[in-house]
Every structure is written in structure tokens, then in C-alpha cells.
Design a protein around this ligand. Structure first.
Ligand code: GLN
Length: 235
């Protein structure tokens, strides 16, 4: 790589997990979303790097793909947390999210707090912070282990919610809002976790981490960040 216009340019391969609208999803076979556009804008501002072609994984395979060098950066609405920080590094945060509890729009089940999920079937996407909330409910005895369903994609969880196989989904609030706009589901209540999304890089990939942080700052300063937010979240 590199050398075309003077400086050395390193191509980095991005990885994501579609099915997490509006951050990343497939539309007419094409990968689109806020994360896709934001990372492209950030890398365009990051000195010495250019973006290679997107690789798609299930969410729980992204960190293994990163640590085994199949991809160089994760852009997947991934929350920065201590567990993950032991294995990978994160850029500065670029989006805030809490968790939400999604139910059928029909209103046949309207929980008001996590304790109300007791006796019901709950789903989350494998490897997510929503799954951590669900597993904590199992551990504390609120949910039976057999009442918790783990999905490869939140898209399948929403299908199971609609057809009555489960009664609630625990997932990130902005994504819950998007599903609620598009499908016969609605948010029963939110559960504050104060999560912040970052792009993930391999531990020790400090040059890339700094370049992405600089790119992120530039994209905020130029107003591009605000434009992309308006575009994908309707202002
Ligand atoms: N933000 C959540 C997490 O990091 C969910 C991300 C996702 O499902 N793409 O676990």
C-alpha cells in the first residue's frame, strides 16, 4: 500500500455487524448506516490511513476478528466498557446510549421495570451489553435461564417478538427507537446504563487510535458529525 500521492498510506479493514439500525444495516443488499458514514468521514480526516472494504460478522465475532487481524477497526455501536478494554482499545466516544425494553405494540405485555420481566420470555443479541442486563436478571433469579433467548442478530429477536415467541427484547435505545418506527413494536421503558460507543482497535495499535481520535475531532469541528446525525437520526 501507499506512496501514490507522496506519503505512505495504510489501508485499514473495517468490520461491522449489520442488523443494528440506523448504525449499520443492509438496504437492497448494500451496507449503510451512521457508523458506516461516520467511520468513512473520520478515516478521510485521519492522516496516513485509508479505508479498505467492509467485512461483516455477527456482533459477538467482531472482537475475535479484530484480535486475529481479520479486521483492523470495529464500527458496530460497540459500547466502551472495562471487560472489552482488557482485550482491545477504543477511540474517544462518539455516541451515547442507554438500554430499552422493547415489547409488542399490541400492549398485551407492558412491563414498567426490569422486575416485571419475571415469568416472561426475554431476548437479546449475543455478546451485547443488552445480553449482560438479561444475564444479570437470570443470575439474580428474576428470569429463569430457560426464559432467556440469545440471538445472532437483533433482527431475528424482533421477528420472534412480533410472532410471540418472546415477550421482550433488551437492546440499545436508539436501535429500539428505530425498530419501533419501522415495526409493530414499542418501547415499554428505558434502563439507564450511560453507555458510550467507540470504534475498537487492537491493543497497542496506538498510531491508528490517535489518528482516528484526530479524525473524530476534525469531523466534529467541521460540522460533518452533526450532519450525519441529522441524516441518520432525523435531527
Ligand atoms: N452497544 C451494545 C454493545 O456494545 C450493542 C451493540 C450491538 O448490538 N451492535 O454491546
Amino acid at each position: 500500500s501507499g506512496g501514490e500521492s507522496g506519503g505512505d498510506v495504510t489501508t485499514i479493514t473495517p468490520g461491522t455487524a449489520p442488523g443494528f439500525p440506523p448504525f449499520e444495516m443492509k438496504e437492497s443488499g448494500e451496507l449503510v448506516g451512521f457508523d458506516i458514514d461516520l467511520l468513512a468521514a473520520v478515516v478521510a480526516e485521519a492522516d496516513g490511513y485509508e479505508l479498505g472494504s467492509w467485512q461483516e460478522y455477527s456482533f459477538d465475532s467482531l472482537i475475535p476478528a479484530l484480535t486475529s487481524d481479520k479486521i483492523d477497526v470495529v464500527a458496530a455501536g460497540m459500547s466502551i466498557n472495562d471487560d472489552r478494554d482488557e482485550t482491545i482499545d477504543f477511540t474517544d466516544p462518539y455516541y451515547n446510549a442507554d438500554q430499552a425494553i422493547l415489547v409488542r405494540e399490541s400492549g398485551d405485555f407492558s412491563p414498567a421495570e426490569l422486575a416485571d420481566l419475571s415469568g416472561h420470555k426475554v431476548g437479546s443479541q449475543s455478546g451485547t451489553t443488552g445480553e449482560t442486563v438479561s444475564k444479570n436478571l437470570v443470575e439474580e433469579g428474576t428470569l429463569k435461564e430457560s426464559s432467556y433467548n440469545s440471538y445472532d442478530s437483533y433482527v431475528f429477536a424482533v421477528q420472534d417478538l412480533e410472532n410471540g415467541n418472546i415477550d421482550a427484547i433488551i437492546l440499545d435505545l436508539p436501535v429500539a427507537q428505530t425498530f419501533a418506527d419501522q415495526r409493530p413494536v414499542s418501547i415499554a421503558f428505558t434502563y439507564e446504563t450511560g453507555e458510550r460507543y467507540g470504534f475498537g482497535v487492537r491493543e497497542g495499535d496506538d498510531d491508528l487510535q490517535s489518528a482516528l481520535n484526530e479524525g473524530l475531532a476534525a469531523v466534529r469541528d467541521s460540522g460533518q458529525y452533526e450532519e450525519l446525525r441529522n441524516e441518520w437520526f432525523g435531527g
